[in-house]
Design a protein around this ligand. Structure first.
Ligand SMILES: [Zn+2]
Length: 447
């Protein structure tokens, strides 16, 4: 039997160019899909959800997040990239058991859903053993989030079982690409392994029909001209997601555009850790529309609303700084709040190759839908819809659907015993953190 839900009387922010914004509108869900969006949708047999004082919009899409670090949140909040590589990847990473990864993925996915992120690319470079991959997938599954599991090696060179295990996980859990969780390869890429290993990784991913995500253009490492090196080996393509790209040249960014590649940027982590200035404006000028990602949840937390704001602030700061250098005033801002919302929805879907199924409130797409409560202290009154969304946060995320399934209602996550999840996460954290020291100096914070 089909199940129909009518979300009625909300402010509809569809992100669909044909539908646009509706000051008062209805969205009809049938099972997992959106079947109608309009000012009035007649569906007398449907269960009704009153969306008065709610913005109704597509779920947010995070195209690169290291969920496995969710139980050690805040640890990296004052770290540079050198300290992160030493403390997180070198220090904490090897301590992670498979169960530590499962509970972190569950905790982090619930954080994402609570904050309106209905799809996450889990950049999971924590495969200390094949069991870690099983556990990571398990945590994602338990949460109810839509996701891409990015299988990643923790370091270079990868373990001898790595390639076989990528194939095993592909056939065991992801035999269909038409399911809520799908798979990609999280390659360390030329800057964190080598060009030769990147060649091997891309061949492996392409043999399994998987997208590949890799970090590059990262600080001084980006000066190796990674895109150029990959281009020389004919590796660029529309199945590659390039993460960061801060110190790529404009010419390299144009090569990404020319070859149909995708870019995920994480401006807050990039500005904190020393990746270089966020490449937002340079990417757009080169013909690439970037998507957004939180990246290091253990540093900047899990809010994609904050990432929208960080992206706007960084790009606007740069535009204004350059104008001042020329002795001019900026007469209009190049990057708008609507652009930021698009990056966090439609561009995220395009980056992940899911634009046919998510990213906007379009009939036929999956019902990944948020209701943002606007009659709270921070958002009452709404005078500009896109701006209101960028200024929202988890407190405004009242209702969340993933594929038509209600995962948050009346401001509370459903289907999970949060106390039990938190108890397990605390026990994991208590095993992981003691005795962590860094050789590089770092600020000492109060306990
Ligand atoms: Zn990352």
């Amino acid at each position: 039997m089909t199940h129909r839900t009518l979300i009625t009387g909300g402010i509809v922010f569809s992100m669909d160019p044909e539908i646009g914004d509706l000051p008062r509108g209805d969205v009809l869900i049938e099972d997992s899909r959106i079947v109608a969006v309009g000012e009035r949708v007649d569906a007398r047999d449907a269960q009704r959800i009153d969306a008065t004082n709610r913005i109704v919009m597509p779920g947010l899409i995070d195209t690169h997040r290291h969920l496995w670090q969710s139980s050690v949140r805040q640890v990296a909040a004052d770290w540079t990239i050198g300290q992160y590589v030493e403390g997180m990847l070198g220090g904490l990473g090897p301590r992670f058991t498979a169960e530590d990864v499962r509970i972190a993925n569950l905790l982090g996915s619930l954080e994402a859903l609570n904050g309106g992120v209905t799809t996450v690319f889990d950049w999971s470079h924590i495969m200390n053993s094949p069991e870690h991959a099983d556990a990571a997938v398990q945590g994602l599954r338990e949460s109810g989030i839509r996701g891409i599991f990015g299988y990643g090696a923790p370091g270079s060179p990868a373990a001898p079982w790595y390639g076989d295990d990528v194939s095993r996980v592909r056939s065991t859990y992801f035999s269909s690409d038409d399911q809520r969780l799908t798979m990609a390869l999280a390659s360390l890429g030329p800057e964190f392994s080598s060009v030769d290993e990147t060649v091997t990784d891309l061949a492996l991913a392409r043999s399994l029909d998987l997208r590949t995500s890799l970090h590059l253009g990262v600080g001084l490492l980006g000066q190796q001209r990674s895109i150029t090196a990959m281009d020389d080996r004919h590796l660029l393509g529309p199945d590659v997601i390039y993460v960061h790209c801060n110190t790529c040249t404009d010419g390299e960014l144009r090569r990404i555009a020319d070859t149909g590649g995708h870019v995920s940027i994480s401006p807050r982590v990039e500005m904190q850790m020393g990746h270089g200035y966020p490449a937002t404006g340079r990417l757009i000028a080169a013909g690439v529309q970037p998507s957004l990602s939180v990246d290091v949840v253990s540093g900047v937390g899990g809010s994609l609303f904050a990432e929208m704001r960080g992206t706007l602030e960084a790009e606007r700061g740069e535009q204004n700084r350059l104008a001042l250098e020329r002795g001019e005033w900026t007469d209009s801002l190049a990057l708008t709040t609507r652009d930021a919302v698009r990056m966090a929805t439609l561009e995220g879907a395009r980056t992940l190759g899911l634009e046919e199924s998510i990213g906007s409130l379009t009939p036929g797409k999956q019902a990944d839908i948020l209701l943002l409560q606007v009659d709270l202290a921070n958002l009452f009154l709404v005078n500009d819809l896109a701006a209101a969304v960028t200024l929202a946060d988890s407190e405004n995320v009242d209702t969340v659907f993933v594929g038509g399934r209600l995962v948050k209602a009346a401001g509370r996550l459903l289907s999970h015993d949060m106390r039990s999840v938190q108890d397990t996460a605390r026990a994991s954290r208590d095993r992981l953190l003691p005795g962590l020291t860094l050789t590089q100096p770092r600020p000492v914070s109060a306990a």
